[in-house]
Design a protein around this ligand. Structure first.
Ligand code: HEM
Length: 157
């Protein structure tokens, strides 16, 4: 299976669609999503981007719990993230949350690597994994907010 990653280009339009409800069903609903996302966060905790996240395990677990709720709602499950997003659209809210951090494309690629590992270890239909992957690969571009300064001074631009 592919798990392709393309580079983020500043200001480029990013077409994406949310994962399908079939993915949510195949992952095993709320309980399955919890399993997948906690294994993802276990991998994050050991990764090269662990320093972006709280080092304290209890605080870290709170992020994992919110992340799980987000993906449950995003993928068509109950609106359990609403209490966090407070009426702001999910996409806009996600971009705002990540704007508090400085995220270069390299960090996104590491993040995606963790997601790929979690997905690969999860027993479910490959096509549906790919559907989820496409969302993550694309939407994650919108969390990137640090571009190499040289790009701004490209004389051939
Ligand atoms: C598809 C792309 C992504 C989605 C959907 C996503 C989703 C989320 C969610 C739901 C949270 C919890 C927010 C909350 O309620 O507090 C979160 C937090 C976070 N994400 Fe992402 N994320 C994505 C990509 C990334 C990438 C590429 C990075 C790169 C480093 C990243 C770094 C973080 C950090 C540092 C936090 C918060 C930690 C804190 O509050 O201390 N995320 N993300």
């Amino acid at each position: 299976m592919a798990y392709e990653i393309t580079k983020t280009v500043k200001d480029e339009k990013v077409p994406y669609k949310n994962p399908s409800p079939a993915f949510y069903e195949a992952v095993g609903g709320e309980e399955g999503m919890r399993k997948l996302m906690y294994s993802f966060y276990d991998i994050i905790y050991e990764s090269d981007i662990q320093n972006f996240f709280p080092q304290d395990k209890e605080e870290f677990n709170k992020i994992a719990a919110k992340n799980t709720k987000f993906f449950i709602q995003l993928c068509g499950g109950p609106a359990v993230y609403e209490e966090v997003a407070g009426g702001v659209g999910l996409d806009e809210f996600m971009i705002r949350i990540h704007d508090d951090f400085t995220i270069p494309d390299e960090a996104r690629i590491e993040w995606l690597g963790c997601m790929r590992q979690a997905l690969e270890a999860y027993d479910m239909d490959e096509e549906l994994k790919q559907d989820f992957w496409e969302y993550a690969e694309r939407f994650s571009k919108l969390t990137v907010n640090k571009f190499k300064d040289l790009q701004a001074f490209n004389p051939y631009h």
